[in-house]
Design a protein. Structure first.
Length: 135
């Protein structure tokens, strides 16, 4: 089941990336605000419905973290769409993905004192080299 969910997430992420590029490629910039509203309102609405159906209550901390994640995601999406306007998708998509990997790894080392294996360190190093080569 976990593998199936991972594959669904993989496919949906690809679809969203295609939609991001299509928004810029088809000159739909004036609809960016509506696109972002749909992009973030849909999961918020689905999550609320699931919580109501399951009769689960969320704490104030849950709400605060969810709001911060949504705000960070929205700001990230604005910069991502702006980057797509100035650079080709062949540069923007891999740099964003590899950059997310590197930043997440560094943050987990600093905030949670996680230890990386040798292969993970090599992977992060190769990611940095790949970002440099792509750009």
């Amino acid at each position: 089941m976990s593998f199936l969910l991972l594959m669904v997430a993989f496919v949906l992420t690809g679809v969203l990336n295609i939609l991001n590029k299509a928004l810029i490629q088809w000159h739909l910039g004036p609809y960016r605000d509506l696109y972002m509203l749909a992009f973030y309102a849909t999961p918020a609405l689905l999550g609320t419905i699931i919580l109501l159906v399951r009769r689960q209550d969320q704490s104030t901390d849950d709400k605060r973290v969810g709001f911060m994640m949504g705000a960070a995601g929205a700001i990230s999406m604005v910069f991502f769409l702006l980057a797509l306007q100035g650079l080709s998708g062949i540069v923007v998509f891999p740099v964003r993905s590899l950059g997310n990997l590197v930043v997440t790894a560094v943050f987990s080392i600093i905030a949670w004192k996680e230890r990386l294996s040798t292969s993970q360190k090599i992977g992060i190093g190769l990611s940095l080299v790949a970002i440099w080569l792509i750009y």
